[in-house]
Write a new protein. Structure first.
Length: 150
């Protein structure tokens, strides 16, 4: 019987990582070569589509005819200092919140957007927006960016 010596137990096992690294580098090189070829072929890839004798024209779905009304937007602008204006006319917050439900109930195609101008603190804008949302629900939006007004 062969017994192990105490010296063998004290040695830490060695891990050869060189073969593993060689395999990983070969796999990496393979994927780089394939990706380069696919990217190169993408620009000049020719596809032959089947030729049919009949062509079918695809038409966009038509809007429902029961509500031909176009959406209407009411611009509410929040100015620095907490001042509000609707259609370039100053209005008090309480007055706006009181008249907003009747405006929205006149048509389901009516929407309100809040535009914040100048250096208005975020907290003020959020407070006004949440107050409007309580009254108008999902038909109230915040207009952001310098794009065109709907």
């Amino acid at each position: 019987m062969k017994f192990r010596h105490r010296q063998d137990r004290d040695k830490l096992p060695e891990l050869e990582i060189t073969p593993m690294l060689n395999v990983m580098l070969v796999v990496l090189a393979f994927f780089v070569a394939v990706a380069a070829n696919l990217a190169e072929e993408g620009a000049s890839l020719l596809v032959r589509l089947p030729q049919g004798t009949e062509t079918t024209e695809v038409q966009a779905a038509k809007a429902p005819l029961d509500n031909p009304e176009e959406p209407q937007f009411l611009p509410v602008v929040l100015h620095p200092g907490g001042k509000l204006s609707v259609n370039d006319r100053p209005v008090e917050k309480a007055q706006l919140l009181q008249q907003l439900p009747s405006y929205l109930q006149q048509s389901p195609q009516r929407y309100v957007y809040l535009q914040v101008s100048g250096d208005v603190p975020y907290q003020s804008a959020i407070e006004i927006l949440s107050s409007l949302k309580k009254v108008g629900g999902d038909r109230i939006s915040l207009l952001i960016g310098a794009g065109t007004v709907p």
